[in-house]
Design a protein. Structure first.
Length: 324
């Protein structure tokens, strides 16, 4: 059929691509753990009683009541907050275990949306990253391997059954879009030469976020300036990762740009920079689950075959020598 070579046919073929379910399963587990961390950390630190409870009961603001689940649970109150946190925990456990993960994803999603709706200013972009990912897990066959469901159905924890690849593509597009738009919106003077590239320096010293007194960072101020420039450039150019994905998918085609991109593996470069950046942020600052949920998306940047190959190499390295 001559139409097979057209753009629409190529688009359909790409979305119909199937691959082992390992990466989706790893993402499912990682995201479930992020959701558990988000709720447990809020409860353990006592922050939930401040930001998700009405001021009439000791909270800091008059909480929102617009989400349908809040209304169904009797309106905003301490009991409603605790109920939503319990639902979020139960759904997150289901996602991690991979047993009824689609139901777990929608339960955790709606419970977290309810919590976040109570006080929208208490969160940030990480709230959207968590809830958007839960929507994708609701639609994705993410329990085909590394799940309790796989163990029950097949008698083992892993399966070679293939799954559609488009949820992984969508996750990569999501994180690339987040970074690119974040970088484009960094237009404040502190990110620019006329602001002395002082954004990172100022952020680290903000008492709202700082985990300790980092005033000693003044001794390495030029390094913070360099970090500011690199962070901005890295974020704005994240669509390069999408280009790298396309070049790897069409590696048999000719072209020096495609060949150079595949040889350098720009995906890995951007991911390693991101791990370094977010890891530093996590050590120096308390920005909630922002860093961990962002790095969770990095899992989707790699093909399952690559993950399998790295896993085999790791097992060979840690396997005791025969006869030892």
């Amino acid at each position: 059929m001559s139409g097979r070579a057209g753009p629409w046919a190529r688009w359909v073929d790409m979305l119909a691509t199937r691959e082992p379910g390992t990466v989706l399963a790893l993402f499912r587990i990682a995201l479930g753990l992020v959701c558990l961390h988000t709720v447990i950390d809020a409860w353990h630190s006592g922050v939930d009683a401040w930001v998700w409870v009405d001021r009439t009961e000791g909270g800091v603001i008059k909480v929102g009541k617009g989400h349908w689940l809040i209304q169904q649970l009797g309106g905003a109150s301490m009991e409603t907050t605790r109920a939503l946190m319990g639902l979020a925990l139960a759904g997150s456990v289901s996602v991690v275990l991979g047993l009824g993960h689609r139901i777990g994803a929608i339960v955790a999603l709606q419970a977290l949306l309810g919590l976040f709706a109570m006080n929208p200013v208490s969160g940030g972009g990480h709230d959207k990253l968590i809830t958007n990912a839960l929507w994708i897990l609701l639609l994705a066959p993410a329990s085909e391997t590394l799940s309790l469901w796989c163990r029950i159905r097949r008698g083992r924890w892993t399966s070679d059954r293939s799954v559609v690849a488009w949820p992984r593509y969508l996750l990569v597009f999501q994180i690339a879009l987040v970074y690119a738009l974040t970088g484009i919106q960094k237009l404040g003077p502190a990110w620019m030469p006329w602001g002395d590239f002082s954004a990172i320096y100022r952020s680290v010293l903000l008492p709202t976020w700082a985990r300790a007194d980092w005033s000693a960072v003044a001794w390495v101020y030029p390094l913070t300036q360099l970090a500011t420039v690199l962070t901005w450039v890295w974020e704005v150019t994240w669509p390069v990762v999408l280009m790298s994905f396309w070049f790897r998918r069409t590696r048999t085609r000719v072209g020096w740009l495609r060949a150079t991109s595949n040889r350098l593996d720009l995906r890995l470069l951007y991911v390693l920079v991101g791990i370094g950046m977010h890891g530093t942020v996590e050590v120096l600052m308390n920005v909630g689950p922002f860093s961990i949920v962002t790095m969770t998306y990095y899992v989707a940047c790699f093909h399952p075959d690559e993950v399998h190959r790295w896993g085999r190499a790791l097992r060979r390295r840690i396997r005791p020598a025969s006869g030892a």
